[in-house]
Design a protein around this ligand. Structure first.
Ligand code: 13P
Length: 259
């Protein structure tokens, strides 16, 4: 696969943490100080909505958004509001949104289109639930599980070719999230090839090759470089490890040194 010239992208998904704005400020402040000068990595912190204003100079992302830009949707936050708050990215389709908030492929598609319309870049999460689609020789392959393909086709429905490079696809197998059991670099590479192949069929090869593919699921300072070097991921989507500033900074540094 031809290698990309993009900066590696490291997205920190803080989920519903930490418990106070003071801790959020300390965490983002430390990360910001420690990564200053690392020019060939792009870092995006995605705190809960109330902490968006404490993230400071690092790029900001949100963890979700609504599919309308305004209106009578109690409790919701629109892409336009996120853009106005200085967000560059929004995570859409995280498996926890599906599991706990009932998000479907159709809702995800509406959100993707609304976020792009508001001028945000999308971190689109996709991933199979289990790792049990083995072929007759006992090899596991993404081709055997229809889930990834359905998720990609569903999310990109109606997205114009000129806009697809504003979507970053995060391959986050559900079985690897928060389990301490990450995918292998081979899994990540095969997912990247598979994702690009589907996008080539939907659009064309040239545009598909511009879509960055991240890996997420039980990443830490010890394993992050291998997903970039061997798995050829264009970056990482980090959960638990992004809440520990020392660990997260080490991850960023190891990606910086290996890219
Ligand atoms: P962990 O890194 O905690 O496994 O979480 C991954 C994730 O869900 C990031 O969005």
């Amino acid at each position: 696969m031809k290698n990309e010239t993009y900066k590696k992208l490291i997205v920190a998904n803080w989920k519903m943490n930490p418990s106070s704005s003071k801790e959020a400020e300390e965490l983002s402040g430390t990360v910001q100080r420690e990564v200053r000068g690392l020019k060939n990595v792009e870092i995006v912190l995605c705190p809960p909505f109330p902490y968006l204003s404490v993230v400071g100079a690092l790029a900001k992302g949100a963890q979700s958004c609504h599919w309308e830009q305004k209106g009578a949707y109690t409790g919701a936050v629109s892409p336009a509001m996120l853009k106005d708050m200085g967000c560059e990215y929004v995570i859409i389709g995280h498996s926890e949104r599906k599991q706990y908030f009932g998000e479907t492929d159709e809702i995800i598609n509406k959100k993707v289109k609304a976020a792009l319309k508001a001028g945000l870049k999308v971190v689109l999460c996709i991933g199979e639930d289990t790792r049990d689609s083995f072929d007759s020789k006992g090899h596991w392959t993404h081709e055997l599980d229809p889930k990834l393909k359905e998720q990609i086709i569903g999310a990109f429905e109606g997205v114009k070719k000129s806009n697809i490079q504003n979507i970053v696809v995060a391959y986050e197998p559900v079985w690897a999230i928060g389990t301490g059991n990450p995918a292998t670099p081979d899994d990540v590479l095969s997912a990247k090839i598979f994702i690009r192949k589907i996008l080539s069929n939907l659009y064309d090869r040239k545009e598909a090759d511009k879509v960055r593919v991240l890996y997420g699921g039980s990443t830490n300072k010890k394993n992050s470089a291998v997903f970039i070097k061997e798995g050829q991921a264009d970056g990482l989507l980090v959960g638990g490890a992004s809440l520990d500033s020392d660990e997260f900074v080490e991850m960023v540094k190891s990606i910086y040194e290996n890219s």
